[in-house]
Write a protein that binds this ligand. Sequence first.
Ligand SMILES: Nc1ncnc2c1ncn2[C@@H]1O[C@H](COP(=O)(O)OP(=O)(O)O)[C@@H](O)[C@H]1O
Ligand SMILES: [Mg+2]
Length: 486
Amino acid sequence: MLRLLSLKLARVYRCAKFLFIAALFVVLLMNTHNLLTSFQRNELTDRRFISLNKCPACFGTSWCRKFTNGQVTFETWGRLRFLDFFNVKNVYFAQYGEPREGTRRVVLKRLGSNTELAEIDQKICKRATGRPRCDIVQAMYKTEFARLNGDVRLLTPEVVEGWSDMVHCPSQRLLDRVVRRYAETKDSGSFLLKNLKDTERMQLLMTLAFNPEPLVLQSFPSDEGWPFAKYLGACGRMVAVNYVGEELWSFYNAPWEKRVDLAKQLMDIAEQLTNNDFDFALYLLDVSFDNFAVGPRDGKELWSFYNAPWEKRVDLAKQLMDIAEQLTNNDFDFALYLLDVSFDNFAVGPRDGKVIVVDAENVIVADKRLIKQNKPENYDVWYESRYEECDKEACLSFSKDILCSRVTVDHNYYAICQNLLSRFATWRGTTGGLLHDPPPDVARDGHLAALLDECARPQKHFGRFQAAKELREYLTQLTEQASAKR
Ligand SMILES: Nc1ncnc2c1ncn2[C@@H]1O[C@H](COP(=O)(O)OP(=O)(O)O)[C@@H](O)[C@H]1O
Ligand SMILES: [Mg+2]
């Protein structure tokens, strides 16, 4: 009886499977036309798809020529529009091709979800016409984004203060920098507003209010050593930045030495964003494993390997001989002869990755010079962020107003230790942080664990400042030991 039942069930199951596959086939067949066209068409040349028709209620136009020329194309899966349903963040991976230079990977961002973008449209319309729907282009001219006309000299703090995290407490020095480095204009380089067109001023303000990420990337550019992705340009409501590499999260189970190296770089980022020659403190408010990525490291001069361990030098020597061979005898019958061969004309390229912040939407910029000048209450008392229990992942406790009114703040160390490095870090069901499971010789004396604990959750007064410093030194020591072993 039981056997009969199971046979019957098996038949029903087979039948259902067949029906399902047949249905899928029919749906696919009916959609082949759609699928094919979505593979062939480059939607990025479509003004409506990139919301170019909404400018100046948009983020810029500097890359429009590249978009309309078809130089920017989606990578395979990105072409399937029905997958947009799952792409809540509106972040796309694409290729950008420059004639004669080949292609490179870029990331396109709409800077917000569809709901957020619809909300800003509604706000603009409400402000201009009192109704939630309207002609957005015309409405833009009746909003606060059009408030600055050609007669206003500078972008001043009272106009934009509080619009977004970047300008929670803006100084004139910061806003001059933002205007001077604004890339969505033909000749940038002036901090005077009169050098921007009316539409460019509106786009700048709209970006600042909606999501200041492009302006953070432009004001603190990667070329000058800031740990952010390189800003490339915008067209309509699509912003292009350099593709960095895989998320930090995908290194969670990397070999110990690799994780130590990444941890060291994260602590260096905390230090660089807090203490730098420009006296701007950039506090990260959204620190999680998916907001950092690991990209190629800039090459080092060959000279710096002169005293490297023997095996390393043998490896480099072999590679140099391979280069000599390849340039002389190759399939293309071109012989390339090097005329300036010296230690500084060769670099040793990326083998390990470099850590970069890929989500710069929630960054507070505090002008430490202004704080020292204004001397708000307790401005020179060191501020220690408080560890707080929290049952969600990647939470942080902070007061934006305190970050804006103290000169010495340990927020970045707190954020990186608590959310990424220490055993208190929780992410996608894991606990333990990037430095989980150290090898026995490191775990034995408990030094690393004690430093990480003190950095995330200090027991001593001002203990985090000291622990962060010692942790950086200790991680440097561990990375040096690891590279000596190699
Ligand atoms: N420049 C980049 N290089 C590589 N990956 C990126 C880059 N920018 C974003 N990403 C990936 O896209 C994801 C979402 O981007 P993000 O800017 O963090 O959006 P959101 O602000 O919605 O969190 C990131 O978690 C990361 O995996
Ligand atoms: Mg993010």
